[in-house]
Write a new protein. Sequence first.
Length: 74
Amino acid sequence: MIEQIKAFFEKQAFGVCTRLGEIMHISTSSIRLFFIYASFLTLGSPLLVYMGLVFLRNMRKHWRRQRNPLAFEL
């Protein structure tokens, strides 16, 4: 049950925290906690950063598809 909930939220979170964790070699849960705590302390401004990262991630996928429409996404 808990794993299903976790998988649902990871899928809905656009993969930003997972990708940041892979790049910086930090656990995904630590990054998520940072965003949550920072949002409480700064009244939500990290959410703007998060949404910006989501936008860039989606645009990168779009640009990749445009350059090579037959390429598989990972």
